[in-house]
Design a protein around this ligand. Structure first.
Ligand code: SF4
Length: 498
């Protein structure tokens, strides 16, 4: 059995992924997305930046020939080379081969089989945080390195992004923790025990097994496809014998009142979610208005105005850049819809498009500004601070912002797998012109535009952004219509068994 640091890292994120990487059929894997390819490129650039001007040596060996690689690396270590980049460390114990390729091996004073020096590993990560899974993976490099050089390094460093100094790993804590995880990983592979599928949006979205796992979850009506079912809650539900949508939809929410991770409110919400999904129908949510007073409040919370603005931004996180402010102006009196793509074609144009945005929103000084999720408002605060925008131009904007994600999740329970803009608007009948476009793809497109100057990338971003604004408008219209059902007596608790 071959064990690698990458397997250990992936195992901590999803054990099933390591199982599928080892035993799954490669043809079932999705192609690597453009966004993931961009992350690889960003990571390579980050490595270059960290390595800087200081020299380093990389062992030379044929691709995939790990034993040859470890011999080349050991030769460099024996020579006392100061910095070895992506050296290969390999040892076998019983039926298991341990492979480690730390980003950097740094020569430090001490005793090893080579003389009065030894090496310590450094990992270089694009992340801004020293995540625990990175730290345990570094502990794995330490374990393999100790076998090779006959001595344990006292330190191991993690160099994350935007931090001048490396993070020093607590090896006393991380080594035993790593051994436990490594043991579990070996047992899973040895027993060929395939972990159950569990779709989690954050974890699965960039995984190449997503299509395969999603199909399986979908065929089985797996509860992980239901919003609000976390892994912890899923375990509790299974323990109670609740494994299907039907089970959950019929469950009295009071049963979940004292269950860890639930409580009555969450229980009611989950049962309602199961019912909405089972019957493919929108149900009144927690804050659905129950009377005239609540209805009037909602009319203020989702205002209808002669002119309304629908706003969505596009950013490039690795450059910390906001390059597109998309604004759809809906004029209900003149029955027109005009989309404005305020686009920065270079990094330097960010303040120009920010000013254009301010000019546009102040051209309609009383128009509500609808957006989806808090990000757009955060961007406005950030840019105002960055460019020293006068308070009187920024503060009055805040009461005009209306977050439709907040409104829809309080008002309705929808038969969808998550409450992202795409899922919601698609369920309501809106279609994006480019079905495959998404936020990650637009980040890739912008990077391509900067690199190649090919305008088709910019055009694709603008189309996608315009559709996001129009989808936001579509949701607003749906909310307004749904609110009207309150007037005919829809009751938020009607469908929930006591
Ligand atoms: S798609 Fe999700 S569940 Fe499947 S292997 Fe990848 S991370 Fe794990």
């Amino acid at each position: 059995m071959l064990l690698t640091a990458e397997m250990l890292l992936n195992y901590q994120r999803c054990s099933r992924r390591v199982f599928l990487d080892t035993y799954g059929k490669a043809e079932r894997k999705d192609a690597i997305s453009d966004y993931v390819l961009k992350l690889f490129q960003d990571s390579a650039q980050h490595h270059k930046a960290v390595l800087g001007e200081e020299g380093h040596v990389r062992p030379s060996f044929s691709k995939g020939k790990w034993q040859e690689g470890t011999e080349a690396t050991q030769a460099l270590m024996a020579q006392g080379v100061e910095r070895i980049y992506q050296g290969v460390l390999w040892f076998e114990a019983g039926d298991t081969a341990f492979l480690s390729v730390p980003d950097l091996l740094l020569k430090v004073p001490g005793q090893s089989i080579y003389g009065d020096w030894l090496y310590m590993p450094v990992e270089i990560k694009l992340s801004k945080r020293a995540k625990t899974e990175y730290q345990t993976t570094l502990a794995y490099h330490v374990k393999v390195l100790a076998q090779i050089q006959g001595s344990w390094p006292e330190e191991a460093w993690l160099q994350v992004k935007d931090r001048p100094n490396p993070y020093v790993i607590d090896l006393w804590e991380m080594l035993p923790r790593m051994e436990v995880i490594l043991e579990e990983l070996q047992t899973m592979l040895r027993d060929r025990h395939q972990p159950e599928v569990f779709i989690s949006r954050n974890r699965c979205s960039l995984c190449q097994w997503y299509g395969h796992c999603y199909d399986e979850a979908s065929d089985r009506g797996h509860l992980s496809l239901l919003p609000g079912v976390t892994q912890t809650r899923y375990k509790e539900l299974v323990g109670m014998g609740v494994t299907t949508l039907e089970d959950l939809a019929q469950m009295p929410p009071r049963t979940l009142e004292l269950t860890p991770g639930f409580g009555l409110e969450t229980g009611m919400r989950l049962v309602r979610q199961a019912q909405a999904t089972l019957h493919n129908q929108a149900l009144p949510g927690d804050d659905f208005p129950q009377g005239g007073k609540e209805m009037r409040l909602w009319e203020q919370m989702v205002p209808t105005h002669s002119v309304e603005l629908y706003f969505d931004v596009e950013s490039e996180p690795s450059l910390d850049l906001i390059y597109l402010h998309g604004v759809l102006v809906v004029d209900r009196v003149n029955q027109t819809q005009t989309f404005h793509a305020l686009l920065g074609e270079t990094v330097e144009e960010e303040p120009i498009v920010w000013q254009k945005f301010l000019d546009l929103v102040w051209a309609y000084p009383t128009a509500p500004i609808f957006h989806f999720c808090p990000y757009e408002v955060q961007v406005v605060g950030k840019l105002a601070k960055l460019y020293g925008t006068p308070e009187h131009l920024v503060q009055p904007l805040y009461p005009r912002f209306v977050d439709l994600h907040d409104r829809i999740t309080r008002l309705a329970t929808l038969p969808i797998e998550n409450y992202a803009l795409k899922n919601i608007a698609r369920w309501m009948g809106f279609d994006w012109r480019d079905a495959n476009a998404n936020g990650a793809q637009s980040i890739y497109w912008y990077a391509q535009w900067l690199e190649t100057g090919d305008r088709t990338h910019l055009e694709a971003i603008v189309t996608y952004n315009e559709d996001d604004c129009r989808a936001t408008y579509h949701i607003k219209e749906w909310i307004t219509a749904f609110l009207k059902t309150a007037a005919v007596g829809a009751n938020r608790d009607a469908a929930i068994p006591a």
